[in-house]
Ligand binder design. Structure first.
Ligand code: SF4
Length: 377
């Protein structure tokens, strides 16, 4: 069963300095129109091949809301025709301040979108400029207000910490400032400087320094405390929500359930197969217009790989991994499948088992990936 559908829009007004996602800046309207046409065709091909009644849809990017109004409408109408059924619970569109208008927001609401995810990243001029964001904080506030006026009652805001020269005090103030906007959900990511990005070049030239791990860890812990004070529950390593607003779509990924993705370079998973769509814009469009699903590289996960992935994705969630689900899926308990990793992680105080769930301890959550590596053989 396909629980979730992801749809990729690979366009942004301007490329951010830290971005290594598949997205193109300043694309001409005709090229965006050709892409949306191809994407709609891919959706039709997908709907003919798979039974599609997803519980969640996520249109991400890129910046979906940088599409001109008519193209956004064309895409959303196609989605509504093919994918919106009574099974649908959560329908998210990603947006960036500076690309939203009341007209676009009203259109999203009219065509069934019930969750908006806004990239905020920071509230300070210097940090937004270092990151190469196109907006200032005033536009963030305006976007939130416009979204509320359009009737959005489920709003996520993305924020970054560990930005060059950011202090712990600045981060605490930013978080409080942004939480005062009362989003239902907030995602907090540490800035990673990826190879090939403008920030990486600046790092190579010695113009900026790598952020120190100790301060990043303090920022993470401060975020846990502050979000709690404001009534949010942490339900995943980077995600916090008011009661009832945990993201359903992301939980499909963390529970390693099946999802199908459309658009340039988008990655799908139908166990045990995982594949990417073609990543070259022209080849992608050509394949689709020739009536083929634009599939690129594919891999088939082994039994062991599926077990590993199930463990480390589930352990990202505070709820953890349900022992009974793991046993039902793989015919083994976690300790039978990974005796050494379970022993070591429990002994180090990173992992605990409680009422049928395996979960990371506070110490384990801070280490994150290092703990997950123990379950990869
Ligand atoms: S808005 Fe997002 S996808 Fe677009 S360039 Fe910035 S980080 Fe990349």
């Amino acid at each position: 069963m396909i629980k979730a559908v992801y749809i990729h829009i690979p366009f942004c007004p301007q490329k951010c300095n830290y971005c290594d996602f598949l997205s193109f800046q300043q694309m001409k309207e005709e090229r965006m129109a050709a892409y949306v046409q191809a994407l709609c065709q891919e959706l039709r091909l997908g709907a003919a091949q798979y039974e599609l009644q997803p519980q969640t849809i996520f249109i991400g990017g890129g910046t979906p809301t940088c599409l001109p109004l008519e193209l956004l409408q064309q895409l959303l109408e196609q989605v509504q025709e093919l994918l919106v059924t009574p099974a649908l619970q959560e329908y998210t569109v990603e947006a960036n301040p500076g690309t939203l208008t009341a007209e676009k927001l009203n259109l999203l609401r009219e065509l069934g979108v019930n969750r908006l995810s806004l990239g905020v990243q920071s509230d300070t001029v210097e940090q937004l400029s270092l990151l190469g964001r196109i907006h200032d904080y005033q536009e963030v506030e305006q976007s939130v207000q416009m979204a509320r006026e359009a009737g959005f009652t489920n709003l996520n805001l993305d924020l970054m910490y560990g930005i060059t020269n950011q202090t712990l005090e600045q981060w605490q103030a930013t978080l409080q400032h942004v939480l005062a906007l009362e989003p239902e959900h907030i995602s907090l990511y540490q800035l990673n400087i990826e190879e090939g990005t403008p920030l990486y070049q600046r790092l190579q030239k010695g113009e900026i320094e790598l952020f120190d791990d100790e301060t990043a860890e303090e920022m993470y812990r401060a975020a846990q405390q502050i979000t709690k004070q404001y009534g949010y529950e942490q339900y995943e390593i980077s995600n916090y929500a008011r009661e009832g607003f945990a993201s359903e779509h992301n939980q499909v990924y963390w529970r390693t359930e099946n999802y199908l993705a459309f658009g340039l370079g988008a990655c799908s998973f139908i166990s045990p197969r995982r594949w990417n769509n073609l990543t070259h814009l022209h080849e992608y469009q050509q394949a689709v217009f020739n009536g083929q699903l634009p599939q690129g590289e594919e891999e088939s996960l082994t039994h062991k790989e599926r077990m590993s992935e199930t463990v480390f994705m589930a352990l990202r969630m505070n709820k953890g991994l349900k022992e009974a689900d793991f046993k039902e899926r793989f015919g083994l308990t976690l300790e039978q499948a990974f005796p050494e990793a379970c022993r070591k992680c429990q002994q180090e105080g990173w992992l605990e088992k409680e009422v049928g769930y395996w979960r990371l301890t506070e110490a384990g959550r801070v280490l994150g990936n290092l703990v997950f590596l123990e379950f990869i053989e």
